[in-house]
Design a protein around this ligand. Structure first.
Ligand code: NAP
Ligand code: GLV
Length: 308
């Protein structure tokens, strides 16, 4: 039995080294090498092409190199019944919380507006907002969103959270799924941590933006397809949205002619809010492989019907 690694962005060497050290009898192939496809029991992947998994008839588990599994589940030919395992934190929570905190500070301290002033050599102090009056709305209170909400609350911001099922997080005012409008109405900066599913695709659209207070800002570090780009550009142009810090996009890399690149109220980063590091995540992947080898239930199995 063997494992095949597929990623265009993650270097295989540290994974090979860590997995070989822990599981020396498990051959580790890096795509396009696979050894005998019939011997492949596990894949360790980031954004494999559609249909790719179909070549391994005896697959026992698909292990994701990321927390989000939308690209894996989007494959209409994904072998049915094979568990898909995602990363649970594995070093990502801290990075996501840092990125979210950066975005909150940026917009709270009106850096998006001072950046515009600087372009025009304009010296114009703006009225500050007390930290305790600047509410941060966190969409998605799972592993990553929950940790970011706690982190931002510890910085002194009022934090509101919204999730599908009710949550209790100290220092966070949690709203249920059917309370989205009240959550939005009180949010000064919206930070998106939702998984990309059928229910959440295109959620960040003109209707939702209109429910935020005028000038509210957006930090999107989840997935690009949560956003209707044309609606966001229109909301930025009208001032309904004051600024956006965007890490993720419909198509990555972002095409050179996309309006986000040049929009004065948008900051673009190249999907780096939280990067999987083998030094932090390999232990979790190895623990899952060992559980699978012992016939124990693995951790981080996603609900394929729910999409996360
Ligand atoms: P998670 O633990 O599965 O948490 C997802 C949260 O979203 C849960 O609170 C869930 O609600 C909520 N949710 C799901 N569907 C919903 C809906 N229809 N309405 C309301 N709430 C809904 O996921 P995670 O580990 O925190 O990861 C979140 C996402 O971050 C990933 O899916 C990935 O797309 C993104 N990500 C981005 C980067 C980056 O570098 N930019 C890095 C890592 C991850 P329940 O709690 O009720 O289930
Ligand atoms: C990165 O985007 C991840 O899902 O881990």
């Amino acid at each position: 039995m063997s494992l095949v690694f597929y990623s265009n962005t993650d270097a295989p060497e540290p994974w090979r080294e860590a997995i070989r050290a822990a599981l020396p009898s498990l051959p580790f192939h890096v795509w396009p090498q696979t050894g005998d496809p019939a011997a492949v029991r596990y894949t360790l992947v980031w954004k494999p092409p559609a249909g790719w998994h179909g070549r391994f008839p005896h697959l026992q588990a698909i292990l994701s190199l990321g927390a989000g599994v939308d690209a894996i589940l989007a494959d209409p030919q994904l072998p049915p019944g094979v568990p898909v395992l995602r990363l649970l934190d594995a070093g990502l929570s801290r990075q996501m919380a840092e990125y979210a905190a950066y975005g909150v500070l940026h917009f709270h301290r009106r850096m998006h507006e001072y950046a515009l002033q600087q372009r025009e050599r304009r010296w114009e102090p703006l009225a500050p907002t007390a930290t305790g009056d600047f509410a941060v709305g966190v969409m998605g209170l799972g592993v990553l969103g929950g940790e970011a909400a706690r982190h931002i609350a510890a910085m002194g911001y009022p934090v509101l959270g919204w999730s599908r099922t009710p949550k209790r997080i100290p220092g966070v005012k949690c709203y249920d799924a059917d309370d989205l409008d009240r959550f939005l109405a009180h949010t000064a900066v919206l930070v998106n941590f939702l998984p990309l599913t059928q229910a959440t695709t295109g959620m960040l659209d003109a209707r939702l933006f209109a429910k935020l207070p005028q000038g509210a800002c957006l930090v999107n570090l989840a997935r690009g397809a949560h956003v209707v780009d044309a609606d966001l550009v229109a909301a930025l142009d009208s001032g309904q949205i004051g600024g956006a810090l965007l890490d993720v996009f419909h198509d990555e890399p972002l095409s050179r002619d996309h309006p986000y690149w040049r929009h004065p109220r948008v900051i673009v980063t190249p999907h780096v809010a939280a990067v999987t590091l083998a030094s932090e995540a390999a232990a979790q992947v190895i623990a899952n492989l060992q559980r699978l080898e012992r016939g124990e239930p693995p951790l981080g199995a996603v609900d394929r019907a729910a999409g996360y």
